[in-house]
Design a protein around this ligand. Sequence first.
Ligand SMILES: Cc1ncc(COP(=O)(O)O)c(C=O)c1O
Length: 395
Amino acid sequence: MTLLTTLSTELDQMAQAGTLKRELPLRTPQGAVVEVEGKGEVIMLTSNNYLGLANHPAIVAAAEKAEGDYGYGLASVRFICGTQTIHRILEKRISEFFGMEETILYGSCWNANEGLFQTILTDEDAIISDELNHASIIDGIRLAKCRKERYKNRDVADLRRALDATRDARNRLIMTDGVFSMEGSLAPLPEMVQLAREHGAFLVVDDSHGTGVLGKTGRGTAEELGVFGKIDAYTSTLGKALGGSHGGFTTGPKVLIDYLRQKSRPYLFSNTLPPAVVMGSIAALDLLEKDTSFVDRLRRNTMHFRRGLTERGVRIREGITPIVPILIGDTAKAIAISAELLDHGIFVSGFGFPVVPQGQARLRCQISAAHTTEQLDRAITAIVEVGQKYGVVAG
Ligand SMILES: Cc1ncc(COP(=O)(O)O)c(C=O)c1O
């Protein structure tokens, strides 16, 4: 029993330090307001339901219809007998949305990242990655047998250094999050596009938190920063703004996607996306492409919330994204504040080490197009009240 004893000792230590993560069961669908078991109705301020589509009637109806028309599951991977016409339609729709030649669907964006670098890079090649990239990119890079170079978060000069240091590699791939999910900050894509061109490197953006969120039409971080059409390839998720269910993809040049379809292990050896998710995602794209009302509302809500907190003296990371981190420092304190906010009717998660660096624990608020102004104001008032009690907001 030595292994289990080791694990249980560590769990006890986490419990004593107040750093155990809790899972709060919701009794309702995801939305601006949810019912938490044992707590009643609370304002959800911490989900990736950016456009409020996670329980949108048109998407739920599309998913229900898909189960009637195409069944519950495919019981297979794509290349054996798991491709339906709707999978090809969704891939085409994503390609058009991003202005790319081709798209490959995965079970998640985690899988898309996991299945990218190890597949296309060898020991003759190099990957150059932002130090704050998402865990799926970090793990994906671990699986690759290429040279690895990390540069400081969003630091263009350090990226240039990393490019110079890998000058002798056959091919180089630069990988960055579009939006850094714990910071709410944006990658400096215009400068990165230029550097990638100068150095003949291939630039890939994981735009999981930008897709459907940023840019006038929700086409993401590159649209926001004026370089849409200049990124070589993207990975992204269907599990956040685009309906919030599950699934991910890589979209880019046809030859890249053709190659991944032949060789990418999470694609070859893991089940195809279920029909309900495929049709739900198509319905999400329909809503997003019809007009910009969801994106506009999200932007208005974000600005209202950011302004409201700043005016009341709450220290947030400045920015334009609906990810609004409130810096706390100590992990146990962040978790305690999050628990107390729940008692005030606000559901917002506290994140600590190892999700963020030691000493940089934070509450991560996330805004949705589905929030009303009144809900956001209630959340601001509660954050100020609890923040003052814990000494993280001036009284
Ligand atoms: C930047 C980034 N990439 C990838 C993922 C994983 O996405 P998925 O839930 O589709 O696996 C996330 C989710 O947290 C993310 O923030």
